[in-house]
Write a new protein. Structure first.
Length: 135
């Protein structure tokens, strides 16, 4: 069982970052394992993912809260997988993005690397730069 967290600064306004991360169709552009995602109504999202070489296709749940600038999600798996992404403004032109993840899976280094890669992808997508070890 594990809880993981990673943060990065993105040089874009918080509203722009939140609008991007809260759109289900954008998930594959920054989550490497996500091959396809699209909203199917309400908080339901149909996803196709490649997780450690295993193809997963099914329904997931994703709830965006514009007031809190947070996105919560979970998937129909037995691993207790769920997470949350927070966007916090640093002034008007920068954002701090923090991703938290809970899973029963115990591959700590692999999960941490995945979170770091997710935020690096998001940073590259939104501000054209990369993260460093300090985030």
């Amino acid at each position: 069982m594990g809880d993981y967290e990673h943060s990065a600064t993105i040089h874009r306004p918080p509203d722009v970052v939140f609008d991007f991360v809260s759109a289900a169709d954008n998930l594959p552009s920054f989550f490497d394992s996500m091959k396809d995602a699209h909203a199917t109504g309400g908080d339901d999202v149909h996803v196709v993912a490649d997780v450690e070489g295993n193809q997963y296709e099914g329904q997931a749940w994703m709830h965006a809260d514009p007031d809190a600038k947070s996105v919560r999600w979970s998937a129909e798996t037995s691993s207790g997988y769920h997470g949350e992404l927070f966007v916090t403004g640093i002034g008007d032109e920068e954002s701090r993005v923090t991703v938290t993840l809970h899973t029963e899976h115990t591959d700590g280094p692999g999960i941490r690397a995945g979170l770091e890669q997710t935020l690096a992808n998001l940073k590259a997508q939104l501000d054209g730069s990369s993260t460093d070890a300090a985030g």
